[in-house]
Design a protein around this ligand. Structure first.
Ligand code: ATP
Ligand code: MG
Length: 137
């Protein structure tokens, strides 16, 4: 299983602007299978924990504020080479290339529409942060 899943989130900016359906359609059309999905909302403590690796950076507090500003869609996606293929599909954090999800839907480096795990190990950790084991079978 390791290597075949990634954790994804549609962030509050994109959910708020009504892009959820279009973004899910893109994921599916690129061959990702939805293994788990939840429409939810993060409290401050959850957003701080989720992005703890960035604690102390200048963008950390505004990031936490942004991530708690509205509902999100949390997903576990399955595909061969899921982490790398998903990161290619969404594009870079800043100046995402044309054709990527962030190029289409992000409005800035911070308000960048989607999250994606950066390693197989973090995919497992992030999936476990949002979903129970029985939801990931
Ligand atoms: P994510 O982890 O959400 O998939 P990422 O891996 O592309 O994004 P990270 O470096 O992990 O980027 O940063 C986490 C999030 O913090 C970014 O997605 C963005 O919302 C915000 N962020 C990162 N760098 C900046 C910055 N220089 N200015 C403003 N916000 C930033
Ligand atoms: Mg990241």
């Amino acid at each position: 299983m390791a290597g075949n899943i990634t954790f994804s989130m549609i962030k509050p900016d994109a959910v708020g602007k009504g892009y959820t359906g279009k973004i899910l359609d893109r994921f599916i059309s690129e061959g990702f299978k939805i293994k788990a999905m939840r429409y939810t909302r993060l409290c401050k403590c959850e957003a701080e924990t989720f992005y703890a690796v960035h604690k102390g950076k200048d963008f950390y507090e505004p990031l936490v504020e942004f991530m708690t500003s509205g509902p999100v869609v949390a997903l576990v996606l399955e595909k061969e080479n899921a982490v790398a293929d998903y990161r290619t599909m969404i594009g870079a954090t800043s100046n995402p290339a044309e054709g990527t999800v962030r190029h289409q839907f992000a409005e800035s480096t911070r308000l960048n529409a989607v999250h994606g795990s950066d390693s197989d190990e973090n995919a497992q950790i992030e999936a476990g942060f949002f979903f129970a084991q029985r939801e990931l079978l």
